[in-house]
Design a protein around this ligand. Sequence first.
Ligand code: SF4
Ligand code: SF4
Length: 453
Amino acid sequence: MIVAIDQNLCTGCRECAQVCPVCAIEGEQGKPQVIQTERCVMCGQCIQKCKSYVSLLDHGNDAYDRIRKERNLPDSVQEPLFAAYSVCSLDKVRTALKDGCTFTVVQCAPAVRVAIGEEFGEELGTLTPGKLAAALRKLGFDRVYDTNFPADVTIMEEGTELIDRVNKGGVLPMFTSCCPAWVKFLENNYPELKDHLSSAKSPQQIGGAIFKTYGAELDQRKASEIYSVSVMPCTCKAYECDRPEMKDSGYRDVDAAITTRELAWLIKEAQIDWNALREEEFDQPFGMYTGAGAIFGVTGGVMEAAIRTGYELVTGESIPQVDVTSVRGTEGFRTALIEVGDLKLKVGIVTGLKHVIPVLEAVRAGTLDLHFIEVMTCPQGCVSGGGQPKLLMDTFSEEAYRARREAIFDHDRELTYRKSHENPAVKKLYEEFLEAPNSHLAHHLLHTTYCND
Ligand code: SF4
Ligand code: SF4
């Protein structure tokens, strides 16, 4: 169980049920609600919506303390505690950080750096990669890496897989596989379409697999000494890293996934003054990333990143417009036609899992003529993930999602490299270790077969 509803706090308003994309929340109006765990995809959207709470101010120390302890939250948590919540997994991260024999490695997803500042009073959507790196180093992580790097690797692997499927008549349309809530939904409800999923792991898992193999070699460490943590905007990433198949190196790709909110609690607990932090860089080589890796945090970003690289790999020419605006937007389902040399690449983007059902029905019926479909569970992709800072009023949500989205595109525009295949550290990874995208070793470590039977 990763997401839960406190039966003592829930007032039965059923606002959470309105946003649950899979109708997993059941109960009578006015009575405590229950999550049907077999349907829940752990996206955390109910957490973002819930408004029933206990607070220090309204309910006093005793009531507040009791719930904080029940949820195993650090004393640094002072904010209201809501009926819908995610289970805190900070204990194991603290233990690893204190253990002198453990080499701790952390990675941060692209959407975290445009939201965590909100926990420290910064404007909605403030971009803070430098402070994030500095705070993680102060917490004691031995290596501070970036999920944007494995996002670039994902594009190399997934893009090559797509080109292969198109050229060799493989299963199409191919679906992205970086959103674990979406993957779980497909496994639960449309298992017969599993072969449409890209076999590439998500950036989180690809990062974890690289850190414990190539990364271990570079640091002259044994994989068994490495404890790998990821900071994600997403509650479902804790489920993904626990999946039994996610350990192809012989060791778990990722040992613990925490949310943006949890990282903020950890920073406050360590009494790190966020506002006084001086900007620092992520550690190399896995802190090197392109704009294509950065835009994974927004709906359409994976598709845009794949097109930037796919175009150049297929045609051997520079893409005329790096900004592929035809795949941007926030509509639940949108399509675009991209000319890639002689190929007319037909793509679709789904944002918000509720919008995927007609798409899947059309794929099942064989009536949807597309090559590649990106699916993200959350309303505007990971910037609006269930593990992001909670927005107390619904009116702030749209504003926050817009600001975070724009910050990601601003970041993309300011980076030296904007296409995954141009990332010098990615090139070196293939030269020194993986040989080529979809090589035997790349397949072994960075791809998977979903096996939720
Ligand atoms: S975590 Fe997501 S799927 Fe599960 S009950 Fe909450 S909104 Fe529904
Ligand atoms: S869209 Fe992003 S944040 Fe939301 S469930 Fe998927 S991976 Fe997690």
